[in-house]
Design a binder for this molecule. Structure first.
Ligand code: MN
Length: 196
């Protein structure tokens, strides 16, 4: 069984104002992430998935065409935990490790924005590390997550409407710009890279 208490926000709800409101943070974490957790618990109860950890559930359900709902909810839990960890505690200066990989800070931001603005419908934009240790920017649709392709998540932006609609309505590109400028916790990104 999974529990929302195991996925606390790593920042205060007021820390992201004015780029992300308290209402957005609270609804996104408590209601949306909370619902994915409640749904997953119901779906795996009494199944072979019941005693697996989250990553095992994601990898196994991804290979099972009868387990799409389990995959979607499990992957959304993983994606959201990672997204909230990527968000702001004031460490907004992009590290050389990332900017150099894309030819400079401006080049990185332009590439990220271009891929993010091309996302049609619900999805995620990621910086990932490939098995050859090269960085890449990719988008995934719906609940899809790079870990099923053997890619290590480095940074992620949630582009489901619930991530920004209360604050930005149809101005999604402004949300993307503010994410890159003000909302990323680059210290988490670097610390996470050094974990493994
Ligand atoms: Mn979301």
């Amino acid at each position: 069984m999974f529990n929302l208490n195991e996925y606390p926000l790593p920042f205060r709800e007021t820390d992201l104002v004015p780029y992300m409101s308290v209402e957005t943070v609270r609804t996104h974490h408590d209601k949306h992430l909370g619902a994915y957790i409640a749904n997953l618990n119901k779906l795996i109860d009494g199944t072979e998935y019941a005693d697996m950890d989250l990553r095992e559930i994601i990898l196994k359900s991804h290979r099972d065409k009868n387990a799409t709902k389990i995959f979607n909810n499990a992957a959304q839990i993983f994606n959201h935990e990672f997204f909230f960890n990527c968000l702001g505690r004031g460490n907004t200066l992009i590290p050389d490790l990332i900017s150099d990989a894309f030819g400079g800070t401006a080049e990185f931001k332009e590439k990220f924005k271009s891929i993010a603005n091309d996302v049609f419908g619900s999805g995620w934009v990621w910086v990932v590390m490939r098995p050859d240790k090269k960085f890449e920017i990719i988008a995934t649709k719906n609940a899809d997550t790079p870990i099923t392709d053997g890619l290590k998540p480095v940074l992620v932006l949630d582009l489901w409407e619930h991530a920004y609609y209360l604050d930005y309505q149809n101005r999604r590109s402004e949300f993307i710009d503010n994410f890159l400028e003000f909302l990323i916790d680059w210290k988490f990104v670097l610390d996470n890279l050094n974990v493994e």
